[in-house]
Ligand binder design. Structure first.
Ligand SMILES: Nc1ncnc2c1ncn2[C@@H]1O[C@H](COP(=O)(O)OP(=O)(O)OP(=O)(O)O)[C@@H](O)[C@H]1O
Ligand SMILES: [Mg+2]
Length: 296
């Protein structure tokens, strides 16, 4: 017969065993779900408001337009903007026996955001562990299905959200770093480069957004901020420079309408400049696929 102490020990052991089993099942589910997605690319920047979300949804839309099966994960828990940028505000997540399904956006993009679970104007007042849990669930429990690329939009800074992505997606293709052409942004965005390097996240390259303004009337370019610091930063860090995007009023208009500018204004200055970024990211993905294909 067991003593009360032994019984307590046994039940503690049993609870621990169950927890470990549950963790193993979660890791396995994450492996299976993420194994169906060929490429994962996160968009980061130390700085806020530089255009990370704009770059994320336009990269996603450009690849979807090319015929890739694309997903977008909004990993910005406090300031989710992907639903608004893709005209999906107010959409509901559908669930079924295999789990919750992402919302289908323009060009068939599969989209997930904390915003789909919250009433409008309700903020997420969460500390680190809750945010990490939500991102883990987005990766592991959402039925993403087979995708070519999952683009992940991250909040500014080098905190819980990018750390969680680095932890759960060690196989990811890499990060796109977005900056603006001024010293203040450069100083902070450099930290994001160091962050990615320390966490062994490959860096696909740097995008300089809001790089000059091309006058729609005379076609002259005005450097509202002194352009070029993004390229300089990339050179100094020894990473690729993916391209610059000018300030374009059409981007702001499309943002408010929830339409990616690469689709809505494919002939705009921003879309033309963005083509270089898309091309470089695509060639990176193709290189990576070639390296992964076993030689006959
Ligand atoms: N090239 C551009 N031309 C004009 N407006 C732009 C451009 N890039 C971004 N914007 C505008 O700047 C604002 C901020 O962009 P966005 O939300 O993408 O930045 P963010 O870095 O994701 O911000 P946060 O740090 O809050 O997540 C948006 O209103 C967007 O429409
Ligand atoms: Mg954003």
């Amino acid at each position: 017969m067991s003593t009360p102490d032994q019984k307590q020990n046994e039940s503690l052991m049993e609870a621990r065993k169950q927890r470990l089993l549950q963790q193993q099942q979660q890791i396995e589910q994450l492996r299976i779900r993420m194994g169906k997605i060929k490429h994962k690319i996160a968009v980061i920047s130390g700085k806020g408001g530089v255009g990370k979300s704009t770059v994320t949804v336009n990269l996603a839309a450009a690849f979807a337009k090319k015929g890739y099966a694309v997903g977008v994960l909004d990993a910005d828990i406090h300031g989710p903007s992907v639903p608004k940028l893709l005209g999906l505000t107010g959409q509901q997540v559908k669930t079924g026996p295999p789990g919750a399904f992402p919302v289908t956006g323009p060009l068939g993009m599969k989209v997930m955001s904390i915003d789909f679970f919250l009433p409008e104007d309700v903020p997420t007042i969460w500390r680190g562990p809750l945010k990490m849990g939500a991102i883990r669930q987005f990766l592991q429990e959402i039925v993403w299905g087979d995708l070519d690329i999952l683009f992940i939009d991250l909040p500014p800074g080098t905190g819980d959200e990018p750390l969680t992505i680095a932890q759960f997606l060690p196989e990811m293709d890499g990060v796109v770093i977005v900056t603006m052409p001024n010293e203040l942004s450069s100083t902070i965005v450099k930290k994001a480069i160091t962050f990615a390097l320390r966490l062994n996240m490959p860096i696909l390259g740097v995008v300089e957004n809001m790089s000059g303004f091309i006058c729609p009337h005379c076609g002259q370019k005005t450097d509202i901020f002194p352009a070029g610091s993004g390229r300089k930063m990339a050179e100094e860090a020894g990473v690729a420079f993916l391209g610059s995007i000018p300030i374009d009023p059409k981007v702001g208009i499309d943002t408010d309408k929830g339409k990616p500018f690469v689709i809505e204004h494919a002939d705009s200055a921003a879309a033309k400049a963005f083509a270089e970024v898309i091309e470089k990211v695509e060639s990176h993905l193709k290189d990576r696929e070639q390296k992964q294909t076993p030689k006959a």
